[in-house]
Design a protein around this ligand. Sequence first.
Ligand code: AP5
Length: 191
Amino acid sequence: MLNVVLFGPPGSGKGTQSAKLIEKYGLVHLSTGDILRAELAAQTELGKEAKRYMDKGELVPDHVVIGMIGRKLDENGKVNGFIFDGFPRTTSQAEALDTLLAGKNTSITLMVALDVPHEELVKRLLNRGKESGRADDQNVEVIENRIRVYHRETAPVIQYYEARNKFYPINGVGSIDEIFSRLCEVIDRHK
Ligand code: AP5
């Protein structure tokens, strides 16, 4: 199996590139942000609890997202592999993911991390906010908090994969196709 962690700060292009990668490599896309927004739209208890954190740009508690990913892995039995987008976002989530995958006799192949400067992230998210109406893109303070939370709680996950020789940084600035080629070049070396 090919199991890729697509990593990067809010607005770095994880969702955009995931859509292209799943098509090229025939992988299943697991985005915790998308799953949480679907729960929210369906007004489930989980969605209502998650909204309290998402509206402020804070992380939803680990046990909630780990449980969600565990269920999604079980639902997708025999597949070529997964793209994990927006997960893991803490070292505890990274450890839990390794345990979940080991239970299925597989593991993370590599982490590719999109590197994009702060001002570009804010610009992209504000732009999307105007068109999509996504709640956490509407307010510059919430966007700044998401980026702060990324540096404080999520960036340490890089060390987790670096220590296992699975971390590959990618320049996330340029056209969508240019960035896609950079990602494919690294992934193709690990297939
Ligand atoms: P999540 O949905 O994961 O959002 P995020 O990390 O903030 O990332 P985004 O979706 O905003 O950005 P992206 O990197 O996918 O970029 P995209 O391709 O969309 O999480 C939302 C919330 O859910 C979190 O704050 C948290 O509360 C909760 N959550 C989720 N996962 C969690 C977890 N594991 N643990 C705890 N809580 C969790 O692109 C952004 C924009 O830029 C788009 O408009 C796009 O068109 C544009 N764009 C993309 N590429 C380019 C390019 N090359 N040039 C110019 N523009 C571009």
